[in-house]
Design a protein. Structure first.
Length: 492
């Protein structure tokens, strides 16, 4: 009878030959896929086993084993005429159906876990400190990513220092495959793990569950870099640069069997992905939903394209709702949240970071140009979101705006917000018109947190920051001044 160790050694030598790696560099406790074997490799190993040992093990059977050791034990048992028992599939966690007196609407969705990696901040706590301190982390485009003699102002942005760092072995991914993976895939995989950890959920507990995954992304910078190197000549590049795999890799890694989708709607990709997660939970398709957004600025090309279109600030500073607004500043990073129906989160004792009451997704329809916004459409989607949330518009104390930092986009957005709250019947609204963090830290945001740090209440800090911005806006004809006075009504 051939020992399993002898079979293991023979299989490892064949794998080393296929991968062109040293036999002693391969860990037999890893699966063939984790070592880097692709579909063609499975077929090759299946033929090798039949030729070498005289037993038949189809590629799909090889794929089921979690390690080379288990594969070798199965082959050895076949040689001895004693087929091994099939591996049991992981059981899905039992669903708790006990009724609970909920303090939330059945449509309310809780955020029970979160994680992020952003410029100047390795986690959510550091990011909060960065915001409170009002510090700017905008810098020149990193020369090690794309060396160049010149560095125009529009090449400035928010960059993550170690965006290329990745512990491939931790996730059982071979070095060869990791090299072909877009850093966006690596970041999402790491952030997903950290989000589950933040929520207090062991990944083994989630294995086999109907947890859904939705990831927003819109850039393909790494593909451009791969095409310039020998790294492009690998079977892994197809999956390595695919946006679909951003979500699919997370689902596959943690054995999550809910919906798994990548969402690309440009700047709104992350928020639309979030809405997909909310809707999946409301419909009862999943009990949990992991939602993420990611962006990596690996190439100078998109900077040049957007600058030629007049979208980027030539000085590397974003000033939304300001007379000096002249374009936005790009940024990169990753963030994920874990969603659960709020009533279920209360029942299960989960920590709740925030509750999503409602939302809406719409398109602006036909406008004067493809990229021009539509104030009526913006108002309509806000009204729809308020209605879906079933909240009094006067109860809204903070509005996070897109804030393009352009002379066209800013007044249109301010007008859309004003119309929305007028349509909703609000006489005055407490609103902070500040841009999303995918551009840069705005002046209004800095002023708000500066007053907050000095001991002012949220309302006091917001009022003081808005008044300062209004006075700093220059001419009374500037749209921000009028929008601010109109929206804030009784604060005049």
């Amino acid at each position: 009878m051939m020992a399993a160790s002898d079979v293991e050694g023979a299989i490892l030598r064949e794998v080393a030959r296929i991968l062109r790696e040293g036999e002693h560099d391969l860990d037999p406790s890893r699966s063939l896929s984790e070592l880097g074997v692709d579909s063609l490799g499975y077929c090759t190993i299946s033929s090798f086993v039949e030729r070498q040992f005289g037993v038949t093990v189809p590629p799909q059977t090889l794929f089921e084993f979690s390690s080379v050791e288990a594969t070798a034990a199965h082959v050895a048992s076949l040689i001895a005429g004693q087929p091994a028992a099939a591996q049991a599939a992981p059981a899905a966690p039992a669903a708790t159906l006990a009724a609970v007196e909920a303090q939330y609407s059945p449509r309310d969705i809780a955020i029970i876990g979160l994680a992020c990696k952003l410029p100047g901040a390795g986690d959510a706590s550091q990011y909060w400190d960065l915001i409170r301190g009002g510090a700017s982390v905008i810098q020149e485009f990193p020369s090690r990513r794309a060396p160049a003699a010149d560095s125009p102002g529009y090449l400035k942005g928010g960059f993550v220092e170690d965006v290329d760092a990745f512990d491939a072995a931790f996730f059982g991914i071979s070095p060869r495959e990791a090299l072909a993976m877009d850093p966006q895939q690596r970041l999402v995989l790491e952030c997903a793990w950290q989000t589950f950890e933040n929520a207090g959920y062991a990944t083994a507990r989630l294995s086999g569950s109907d947890t859904a995954v939705f990831v927003g992304a819109s850039s393909f910078d790494y593909y451009e870099l791969l095409l310039r190197t020998q790294a492009a000549r690998t079977t892994h590049i197809g999956t390595g640069v695919s946006h679909a795999v951003l979500a699919n890799r997370v689902s596959q890694q943690f054995n999550l069997k809910g919906a798994s989708e990548a969402i690309d709607t440009a700047c709104s990709s992350g928020l639309v992905a979030l809405w997909h997660g909310v809707e999946a939970l409301r419909r009862g398709e999943s009990k949990l939903a992991l939602v993420g957004g990611v962006n990596v600025l690996a190439s100078r090309t998109p900077f040049q394209v957007f600058a030629d279109a007049g979208m980027l600030s030539q000085e590397g500073a974003c000033r939304p709702f300001d007379a000096r607004a002249a374009g936005y500043v790009r940024g990169e990073g990753v963030a994920c949240v874990l969603l659960k129906r709020a009533a279920d989160a209360v029942r299960d004792g989960d920590r709740i970071w925030a509750v999503i009451k409602g939302g809406a997704v719409r398109h602006g329809g036909r406008t004067n140009s493809l990229t021009a916004p539509n104030p009526d459409a913006q108002a309509d989607v806000i009204v729809a979101a308020v209605a879906d949330a079933d909240v009094d518009p006067l109860s809204i104390g903070f509005v996070e705006a897109h804030g393009t930092g352009t002379s066209l986009g800013d007044p249109i957005e301010a007008e859309g917000l004003t119309r929305a709250f007028l349509y909703a019947g609000a006489r005055s609204v407490l609103a902070s018109l500040w841009r999303v963090s995918d551009h840069s830290t705005p002046e209004l945001m800095e002023r708000f947190y500066r007053h907050l740090a000095r001991g002012a209440s949220k309302d006091e800090a917001l009022r003081a920051a808005q008044i300062e911005m209004i006075h700093a806006g220059g001419s009374r004809s500037h749209p921000f001044r009028w929008a601010a006075f109109e929206v804030f009504g009784d604060w005049r």
